[in-house]
Design a protein around this ligand. Structure first.
Ligand code: PSU
Ligand code: MN
Length: 305
């Protein structure tokens, strides 16, 4: 891909056969407030390194898809916040042409990772089928990307700003493997349970890597979703956070917020309404996902060799 710019560190890691973990940038610009977003993005990179892998945060800059950002570039994204363009698959050509700063969603980060031959990506939460999608048709492009791009995504499940059963049905229809790490319950981001059961429980990073390797050596196109429940001590109380999510959704409806603005609106309202309590869970689950992601990336590299 001629519009790709791989950082020297990531390029060296590739040449040496080291494991790499892709990381998204919309979570920095639109997912958390400054300066917690900057602090978290940098901590996530350290968590990946501690497990023996190299972090590759992805964003659009100066007409390139950049894989591997410097501390200054992360700072720039964190400070600019929601003034940065949120880039999903459809937005890539526009932002490359304008050379604007673009923060990649799960979908666009998966594409950047695939172009750079990085099969593993860790984040907080993915987009999915929104509640009321039977009326609005609001289904995140992240799900379609999981169906077609060969990158596995580690997330803490799906926030209940979304219709979780419908999201799981969509993934099933599109042949996306969903595995839940060390739990019988599909997690709902802030909480370890969503009411949906885990159809495929996995117990180790090695097992996950073997499943991914099998999928791809069979020539099965597309990604996989690895759901990693938030650690118990950092989980939110379910009825409390559900109440806040319902309130945020009602406000979004009243203010006619839709399209690409909806998810960032809900994320920031949940954070405000919970007086920062949800942010603590959010940060901890992202770090937890980075650690698991790095372990899987290391195990995958070993299988490839
Ligand atoms: N969900 C979260 N945190 C996030 C996002 C979703 O819990 O930061 C971001 C991700 O970048 C995801 C995007 O890919 O929102 C989905 O946006 P949309 O629903 O507009 O597709
Ligand atoms: Mn949408």
């Amino acid at each position: 891909m001629q519009h790709l710019s791989i950082s020297p560190e990531v390029a060296a890691a590739q040449a040496e056969g080291k494991a790499i973990v892709a990381l998204e940038s919309t979570i920095i610009s639109h997912g958390m407030p400054y300066p917690k977003n900057r602090e978290t993005a940098l901590k996530v990179e350290v968590a990946v390194r501690d497990q023996g892998a190299i972090p590759a945060t992805i964003a659009l800059m100066n007409g390139k898809v950049k894989v591997g950002l410097s501390i200054d570039e992360i700072e720039q994204l964190a400070k600019a916040g929601t003034s940065v363009t949120k880039v999903s698959r459809r937005d890539i050509p526009f932002v490359l042409r304008s050379k604007a700063l673009g923060a990649t969603t799960v979908a666009a980060t998966m594409l950047g990772a695939q172009w750079a031959n990085v099969p593993l990506f860790a984040t907080g939460g993915i987009g999915g089928v929104h509640r009321g999608a039977e009326q609005t048709f609001d289904i995140s492009a992240d799900l379609q990307e999981l169906a077609q791009t060969n990158v596995a995504v580690v997330s803490a499940g799906v926030k209940s700003i979304l219709d979780i059963p419908a999201t799981l049905e969509y993934l099933e229809t599109h042949g996306v493997p969903v595995m839940v790490y060390q739990s019988d319950h599909f997690p709902a981001f802030y909480t370890r349970e969503s009411g949906e059961r885990a159809e495929n429980k996995v117990t180790s990073a090695q097992e996950i890597a073997e499943l991914l390797h099998l999928k791809w050596t069979c020539g099965l196109q597309g990604g996989a979703l690895i759901a990693n429940p938030v650690p118990e001590i950092h989980a939110c109380e379910r009825t409390y956070i559900e109440g806040i999510i319902d309130k945020a959704i009602t406000e979004a409806e009243q203010q006619h917020i839709k399209g690409k603005a909806l998810t960032p609106f809900l994320l920031s309202r949940i954070e405000q309404l919970s007086k920062g309590q949800s942010l603590v869970s959010n940060i901890e689950l992202v770090l937890n996902n980075a650690r698991l992601g790095a372990k899987i990336a290391v195990a995958l590299k070993r299988l490839e060799k």
